[in-house]
Design a protein around this ligand. Structure first.
Ligand SMILES: NC(=O)c1ccc[n+]([C@@H]2O[C@H](COP(=O)([O-])OP(=O)(O)OC[C@H]3O[C@@H](n4cnc5c(N)ncnc54)[C@H](OP(=O)(O)O)[C@@H]3O)[C@@H](O)[C@H]2O)c1
Length: 494
């Protein structure tokens, strides 16, 4: 069960939740709001306190101030927030002054007071280079007690290439075993991404046509309208390939292309997902297009180019866009290209997968030049979550005119009131110990192995090569080739 359900009968076992990096952007915007929502819905055990861990002394009121700003005006919401607030403590953790013992004692005292026992769930909302040193200190300080579970959730990015990810993983697994490590990719918490499994394997209608015999190609687009939003320091080192392709795009690709898992068990699903990434063929010349945005207009407002953004090197060669033609070495997908693209400052915020079916190969309408379009299944991840299916119909009238129309399932219209944020779902799974929606090490390893070949083959390109507010560089438009083109789903609500 997940927080999408309406009853809270499966609250996770009690523990102390520790959020490191509690003063950071992610903790304020995502982690505390998600924990507050879980608390309000009754999904946190009443004996589970939340500790915000900071470097400098910070009051609970300061930590939770963004929640006040975001809350609605209702009395019920105010009561729920007050109840959550009562369960939150702020503890500072001085990495240099030897306060480790005092910190662990304070956590243990809180656990004792609340009856939380020895279990500890630690969320690392920290810069990646602080992950392992912090984890090692916690072990050294005796935060984890034998016989009680411990779980650690690490934010992305997990490494910046294969070698650094391996080194990080080696250091962390000196202290913790794989089942206690949760590597978060918030795309896996998005409803329509999770729906890919159900769509494909709970519907014979789709499952029976999900292969090279029927599918011409698959597209996944994750387009953002935002620029660096104050995270230029991180983005300059990451770029679109490391920030989006290595994780979010490959997760969606894996769910779209995986073989049916033997069971719905976490390991069976993760086995099937990693198999896809391991089978990705190395990219060939001409399979990758990168870009960087120059000045332009987004949503009617003039915006600066990437190199003009605060904190960005005025001669930066960081890519803010990437499009790739990927191939999966599996009989199911023989000859079927997967086109993946992502970019910042695109004309439209959009995340979707489009499954494009082969053109008619026989029958009376094969070769018809007008009206008959390909069948397309679009899985719209955001905005306006939903699924649409395009097919051909006869236009009313005497003549035989054909037109492509879309049949729409508007997911959020049906379920909108109950859907939880991705972080809420993932935190719940983390606290309950279900790793299905988290990246296992072999997935991370295989994804970096494939992505490293892309970054190693990158050539110097004259940036900027696309204007903010467009759909990316001209070369990316041409990437699908052979009469194919990028598709934007027919979203009847936008
Ligand atoms: N923000 C996002 O939207 C987002 C999205 C995806 C992933 N992430 C990942 O989430 C993590 C946190 O990101 P963020 O945006 O919240 O960063 P941030 O705003 O810079 O906050 C970082 C937090 O970590 C603390 N910190 C910084 N350096 C530290 C160190 N050496 N040792 C211990 N604590 C340290 C900071 O404490 P002080 O306040 O004392 O400096 C602050 O609480 C990063 O790994 C990032 O890649 C963030």
């Amino acid at each position: 069960m997940s927080p999408t359900d309406t009853t809270a009968s499966d609250r996770c076992a009690p523990c102390v939740i520790l959020v490191f990096g509690a003063t950071g952007d992610l903790a304020k915007r995502k982690i505390f709001p998600a924990l507050a929502a879980l608390h309000q819905r009754g999904f946190l055990h009443r004996a589970t306190p939340v500790v915000g861990v900071t470097r400098r002394a910070t009051s609970e009121a300061e930590l939770l101030a963004p929640l006040d700003a975001a809350k609605g005006g209702g009395a019920a919401e105010a009561d729920a927030l007050a109840a959550f607030r009562a369960d939150v403590r702020s503890l500072s953790f001085d990495y240099t002054a030897g306060t480790l013992r005092a910190f662990v004692d304070a956590v243990d005292a809180l656990a004792h007071e609340r009856g939380a026992g020895g279990a500890r769930a630690v969320y690392f909302a920290l810069p990646a280079d602080a992950f392992e040193p912090t984890a090692a200190l916690l072990v050294q300080g005796g935060l984890f007690t034998a016989g009680s579970w411990r779980r650690l959730c690490f934010e992305k990015p997990f490494g910046h290439d294969l070698a650094s990810a391996q080194a990080l993983n080696d250091r962390i697994t000196c202290h913790f075993d794989e089942p206690s490590i949760y590597r978060i990719d918030h795309y896996l918490g998005k409803e329509l991404v999770r729906n890919l499994l159900v769509m494909r394997f709970a519907n014979p209608l789709f499952g029976s046509v999900w292969d090279r015999h029927c599918i011409d190609h698959v597209q996944v687009t994750l387009a953002e309208t935002l620029g660096t939003e104050g995270r230029a320091g991180y983005y300059e080192r990451a770029g679109a390939v490391r920030d989006m392709l290595q994780n979010h795009l490959l997760q969606v690709l894996a769910l779209a292309a995986m073989e049916p898992p033997a069971t719905l068990d976490a390991e069976a699903i993760r086995d099937a997902m990693v198999d896809v990434v391991r089978r990705l063929a190395p990219v060939q010349a001409g399979d990758v297009v990168v870009g960087q945005y120059g000045p332009g207009e987004v949503g009617g407002h003039a915006v600066p180019g990437y190199r003009q953004e605060r904190g960005v090197d005025p001669a930066s060669s960081t890519e803010t866009f990437v499009a790739v033609r990927a191939r999966i070495d599996h009989p199911r997908w023989d000859g079927v290209p997967f086109f993946l693209r992502t970019g910042k400052r695109m004309g439209r915020r959009l995340a979707e997968a489009n499954i494009v079916f082969r053109p008619l190969s026989g029958g009376p309408f094969a070769g018809a030049t007008t009206g008959v379009g390909p069948n397309v299944i679009s899985i719209r991840i955001q905005p306006n979550e939903g699924i649409s299916i395009e097919f051909n119909v006869k236009v009313p009238g005497e003549d035989l005119r054909i037109e492509t129309v879309a049949m729409e399932h508007c997911h959020h219209c049906v379920y909108g009131l109950n859907t939880a944020e991705a972080y809420e779902i993932l935190l719940h799974e983390f606290l309950c110990g279900d790793p299905t929606l988290f990246a296992r090490w072999d997935f991370v390893e295989a994804s970096w192995r494939w992505v490293d070949r892309i970054t190693a083959g990158a050539r110097a390109i004259a940036f900027p090569n696309y204007s903010a507010g467009t759909s990316g560089p001209a070369a990316a438009e041409a990437l699908p080739g052979e009469g194919r083109h990028w598709i934007v789903s027919r979203d009847i609500l936008s």
